[in-house]
Design a binder for this molecule. Structure first.
Ligand code: SF4
Length: 703
């Protein structure tokens, strides 16, 4: 890693990990990338974090899939029982023709018995093709991806109240703010390059208000750190808004000109005096008043949030509160002002924009609209399939699809680049569903835990091996380019999906991702003025772009919102308790998330030498006083048990974790966090409550 003398080629592309979307220079020699440097992209200005700089070598790992695989006739029963380095007792190698034919045979003509999970790790073009394949090929909308597990509730609230699911301002706009709230997010670990801008903001005098049940590194830079009770977000945010309303700090001119439903919101807030909710939030009234005055007194203020807001049964309500807070202070649509849900995966914004969700076609066009469906019937008419017959019915979401498998309604799945055998809540339920499918096609770069259950495995190219655009958290559409060829017979995802679609009877003729991008432009206003040629030359264009020379608008909604009469809406939010409240049997709170070195379910970063050496072992974090109470030394082991399962793993001492809480990263298959998590869903975003489960913790021996 990092031998600069060893490279002779340089390719500009995008980091494949998080939604910050750092631009990188991939230095390669022969078929190997040997070094990665940050370059001057709009989101990173040359910066990279440890994953971007040192996490690239997973693409050369010996576990890479290099040939299509078909389950052997004499394979053992489906289960989590395949060694990714030696799969020969379960699968056999096949040619592309044989594997694609086998994959198509199990899908063809099965209508609503087929469902698909696409990927926020693939390009925009690949996301578009995947949703088109399910919709056109099978005539329904049972297609989703991991946005359902991260920001679906944020998007539901944003669409409802401001009319658009994307950020209203780039995170770099913080340089024009004087106050910023970061709530339910840990950017130093999860959006590290964005965090560098947040730290710079405080260095020049900006006031940073961090609100989180778990302490975090940003607290060292914060003017206010409120470590509130887990699940008390709505009460705390309503209390902050109560003070702003009570002390007449509202931007009345903005509220009158740009919003609706303020009277109902103001009335609702009367019941949330900070003194009244202090026991619930764990935050004293004077601190809440100080935060409220600081935010309302800002010239320009931004609000950033992450999974700590969205992954609750009240995730949509949490986001409604944040939107209301910004609206009542007129903090949208100006430099240094805005709402920014920090997106997780490198292309979760783009995959959602491209229609990889069960209720919307591209650009959030409702599947319930006759006009929308007619437009796609026209656009796709020449390709055959069910273009004119797409059901006027929202499709099933990620967790609903797996419930549908258990119910016997869905018998076949096509899963591209997702790992539900690790990422879904109550993951034994997901694994049992995958095992019961009569046909599962998995397309990925490694033999993931999900691929253990596959009938056919299609080997895909990694991001650094392919061409395609991705859209980051800032709405910046950026060009990814191949630095090295895929290994063996692995192929780019757009090619594989196209070949599978042809074998399922669709007359697709794409020869390059550029063709797909051109088709997307015909139906996606967000791509107006953004052309493939521009992206090849400029590397990134922010949407909306107002002309072919406009690099794009970092701030939107200065003059109104894409809602009736151009007005944003206040939607009052009531306090809804966590689905599973701690009790005598399960007295503590389990919360899950990521850590700096490992990415999501670990399939990439645990195969990266540097990252895995820094964090080689499954671990959880508890407060030192909690460990003392349990009789466990830091570095000793604990057993975590919820109503759904048990894991045993190493415990770290961390003063940032509350006394009654345990934090558990979800990257480790040997102690899979989602064996424990609660599958209860937010009713609007259908997102599971990953951030709150009741748990019993006890000392244990190492396993
Ligand atoms: Fe990659 Fe995100 Fe790190 Fe940037 S901040 S280098 S996009 S993981």
């Amino acid at each position: 890693v990092g031998d600069s003398a060893a490279w002779d080629r340089e390719t500009k592309s995008i980091c494949p990990f998080c939604g910050v979307g750092c631009q990188v220079s991939l230095k390669s020699r022969g078929d190997r990338i040997v070094k990665v440097d940050g370059i001057d992209g709009p989101a990173n200005e040359g910066r990279l974090c440890v994953k971007g700089r040192f996490g690239f070598d997973y693409i050369h790992h010996p576990h890479r899939l290099t040939m299509p695989l078909i389950r052997r006739d004499d394979a053992p029963p489906k289960g989590l029982n395949v060694d990714p380095g030696d799969w020969s007792s379960v699968f056999r190698e096949a040619s592309w023709d044989e594997a694609l034919e086998a994959a198509a045979n199990g899908l063809r003509g099965r209508g609503r018995a087929v469902a698909g999970f696409g990927s926020a790790k693939c390009s925009n073009e690949e996301a578009y093709l995947f949703q088109k394949f399910i919709r056109q090929g099978f005539g329904h909308n049972n297609v989703d991806h991991c946005t359902r597990l991260c920001h679906a509730s944020s998007v539901a609230a944003l669409l409802e109240n401001v009319g658009s699911g994307a950020v209203t301002a780039t995170f770099n706009e913080i340089e024009n703010a004087d106050v910023a709230i970061v709530i339910g997010a840990n950017p130093v670990e999860n959006h590290p390059v964005a965090a560098t801008y947040f730290k710079q903001f405080t260095k020049r005098g900006g006031k940073l208000i961090v609100l989180d049940p778990r302490g975090q590194a940003l607290r060292r830079h914060a003017s206010h750190m409120l470590q509130f009770r887990p699940g008390a977000d709505v009460a705390l945010l309503n209390a902050i808004m109560h003070v702003i309303a009570e002390e007449d700090l509202v931007d009345r001119q903005y509220v009158a000109a740009m919003t609706e439903n303020w009277e109902a919101q103001r009335e609702h807030l009367r019941g949330f005096a900070p003194e009244k909710v202090a026991d619930l939030t764990g935050i004293d009234a004077e601190t809440v008043r100080d935060v409220a005055r600081t935010f309302a007194g800002a010239r320009s203020a931004m609000i950033f949030w992450g999974m700590g807001i969205s992954q609750h049964v009240h995730g949509t309500d949490n986001s409604r509160c944040l939107i209301s807070l910004a609206l009542m202070c007129g903090q949208i649509g100006r430099p240094g002002a805005g709402l920014h849900p920090l997106r997780g995966q490198n292309n979760v914004q783009g995959a959602s924009d491209a229609g990889l969700i069960p209720m919307f076609l591209p650009d959030y066009a409702s599947v319930l609209s006759e006009d929308v469906r007619a437009r796609y019937a026209d656009l796709w008419a020449g390709d055959g399939g069910h273009a004119g017959e797409i059901l006027a019915e929202k499709g099933l979401t990620v967790t609903e699809i797996l419930d549908g498998v258990h119910a016997g309604d869905i018998g076949a799945m096509y899963i591209l680049g997702e790992n539900p055998a690790m990422s879904d809540p109550d993951v034994d339920h997901a694994r049992a569903a995958l095992a019961s499918l009569d046909h599962l096609v998995v397309q990925d770069i490694f033999l993931t835990e999900t691929a253990n259950y596959a009938d056919v495995i299609l080997p895909a190219a990694a991001f650094a091996e392919k061409t395609g655009t991705v859209t980051n958290t800032n709405r910046q559409v950026q060009m990814g380019r191949p630095a090295v060829p895929p290994p063996g017979e692995a192929r780019e995802d757009w090619w594989i999906t196209t070949e599978l679609a042809r074998r399922c009877g669709l007359d697709w003729r794409y020869t390059h991702p550029r063709d797909v991008f051109g088709e997307m432009k015909q139906v996606m206003n967000s791509l107006s003025n953004i052309t493939w040629t521009r992206l090849e030359h400029e590397n990134a264009v922010t949407y909306p772009s107002l002309s072919e020379t406009d690099p794009g608008q970092p701030i939107v909604f200065a003059d109104g919102f894409p809602r009736p009469e151009g007005r944003a809406r206040f939607t009052p939010a009531e306090v809804v308790p966590a689905d599973e409240v701690p009790d005598a049997d399960y007295p503590m709170i389990l919360t899950t998330g990521r850590q700096l070195e490992h990415w999501h379910t670990g399939s990439m970063t645990r195969r990266s030498a540097v990252l895995d050496r820094i964090e080689p072992e499954a671990n959880c974090s508890l407060h030192p006083a909690t460990l003392r109470r349990l009789g466990v030394a830091a570095g000793g082991h604990v057993r975590l048990t919820t109503r759904r399962g048990t894991v045993t793993l190493m415990a770290r001492a961390d003063r940032a974790v509350a006394l009654d809480m345990v934090f558990l990263p979800f990257a480790y298959v040997e102690a899979a966090a989602n064996l424990l998590t609660n599958p209860a869903l937010d009713p609007y975003g259908k997102i599971p409550e990953f951030k709150f489960s009741a748990v019993h913790v006890e000392a244990a021996e190492a396993v």
